[in-house]
Design a protein around this ligand. Structure first.
Ligand code: SF4
Length: 262
């Protein structure tokens, strides 16, 4: 009886948890397996030069919604997610900034629908914080974006050190989380063979990596930087050619046992 009461209290607490939502997409097909509801969370501490969603950075904006309100947006499409072996992906911004809310949302989605849950993250989150929120326990998959292994270059590319990200990668790996590693290919910025070798070495050190996805840099978010009055530092960089993408793919594939996809 005491356990049943505690469970009811937890459910009530979870349903009323609030998060800041930037936007959502009902039929996502690139952020995890199957058809997915992609929830873009508001707020990010990084300032990646290639970011196509700089409007997600501000932690004080977005729409405040409860777990129940977010689930009401997901519910009409659940048959599509279940039939396609899809689910829900928490993205952003940086979703782990709102880990307690996502843990509550995840518990409720699992309890009601047993949906597959993924998180697309920069990894910029202290492992101890992530662990304390219970978020890892509800996630079936982490799409972990490793942007640059050289710390100095990472600072230049994102304005932050990558030490916390590498700690987080090691932590989730040791916890047994399934990982898809994502890496943005930016000509002359992330294509140096020495940097690609370092990336391969870090990926090799992680357990439970199922695949690597190479994402070609694109300029589609440039107009948002202009709208926000920000200087777009990669103005002079063009998207990678097929040859450049395949070059990075081959170099990684030669050093990794898991598939490296473009
Ligand atoms: S981590 Fe993602 S949302 Fe944050 S700045 Fe980088 S690309 Fe943009």
């Amino acid at each position: 009886m005491i356990i049943a009461n505690e469970l009811q209290a937890q459910i009530q607490h979870d349903r009323q948890a609030k998060g800041r939502i930037h936007s959502f997409e009902s039929f996502g097909t690139v952020d995890g397996p199957g058809i997915r509801f992609v929830l873009f969370m508001q707020g990010c501490a990084l300032r990646c030069q290639f970011c196509h969603n700089p409007d997600t950075w501000d932690t004080t904006t977005g729409k405040v919604m409860t777990v129940d309100e977010v689930i009401a947006e997901i519910e009409p499409f659940i048959p599509y997610y279940q039939a396609s072996c899809g689910g829900v992906t928490f993205s952003g911004g940086e979703p782990s900034l709102q880990a307690p809310f996502l843990a509550a949302l995840g518990r409720e989605l699992k309890r009601r629908y047993q949906l597959h849950l993924a998180m697309d993250s920069s990894g910029f989150c202290e492992p101890s914080h992530l662990q304390s929120t219970g978020l890892l326990e509800v996630l079936d998959l982490i799409l972990l974006d490793l942007k640059m292994i050289d710390e100095h270059k990472h600072m230049k590319l994102t304005t932050q050190s990558n030490q916390r990200i590498l700690r987080m990668a090691e932590h989730v790996s040791k916890q047994g989380s399934k990982l898809w590693i994502r890496h943005v290919v930016i000509p002359d910025v992330t294509t140096d063979p020495a940097d690609v070798d370092k990336l391969a070495a870090v990926i090799s050190s992680l357990e439970a990596v199922e695949r690597v996805e190479l994402l070609p840099y694109h300029e589609m978010g440039k107009f948002k930087w202009q709208q926000l009055g920000l200087t777009y530092e990669l103005e002079h960089i063009k998207p990678p050619s097929n040859e450049q993408l395949k070059g990075v793919q081959q170099q990684l594939q030669q050093q990794l046992d898991v598939p490296v996809n473009i």
